[in-house]
Design a protein around this ligand. Structure first.
Ligand code: FES
Length: 162
């Protein structure tokens, strides 16, 4: 079990999680709402959270795990403060997204699907972010599109997200 980013203790965290579960206790239909709130509280959905949610709502752990892994907005690993989604769609691939991805991995020191040790960034490879005209492109925090990327621009872009 780990403490959340606000610095509260594991006990407090568990108490807050149980309050969330209480809203839907015994109601399997509340699974997505509970998981969403739990992730907002803790930042991700580790095994101990899934176990408590399963028990509280009366669903199997497999069902909880199935939902968590089906929806992209749920995460099994701690997420960074800034989410980098680098595009590997066709237009970006043709314009060199492989090199952009490689540079991001090198600069951040992580692979796709991982979070930097300082929790600053997590890196994902996605299919088309709707900015094909700006290929190769990436989007940070779901709103900042960086396009026509050259590998040497990447460290400077990441610096903006201190
Ligand atoms: S293929 Fe990369 S933005 Fe569409």
């Amino acid at each position: 079990m780990s403490a959340c980013s606000c610095g509260c203790s594991d006990d407090e965290l568990t108490k807050q999680l149980e309050l969330i579960i209480d809203e839907y206790r015994g109601e399997p239909s509340g699974l997505i709402q509970v998981l969403t709130k739990a992730q907002n509280l803790i930042g991700y959905l580790p095994a101990w959270v899934q176990t408590r949610v399963a028990k509280g709502l009366g669903v199997s752990l497999q069902e909880v795990y199935g939902v968590v892994t089906f929806y992209a907005f749920f995460s099994l690993i701690p997420r960074g403060r800034h989410k980098i989604a680098v595009c590997a769609g066709t237009a970006c691939y043709v314009k060199g997204s492989k090199t952009v991805q490689k540079t991001l991995r090198e600069v951040l020191g992580i692979k796709a699907g991982q979070t930097t040790p300082d929790s600053r960034f997590n890196l994902e490879v996605v299919r088309c972010i709707g900015a094909c005209g700006l290929a190769p492109a990436m989007i940070i925090d779901g709103k900042d599109v960086h396009g026509r990327l050259e590998p040497e621009q990447i460290p400077g872009i990441l610096e903006q997200y201190a």
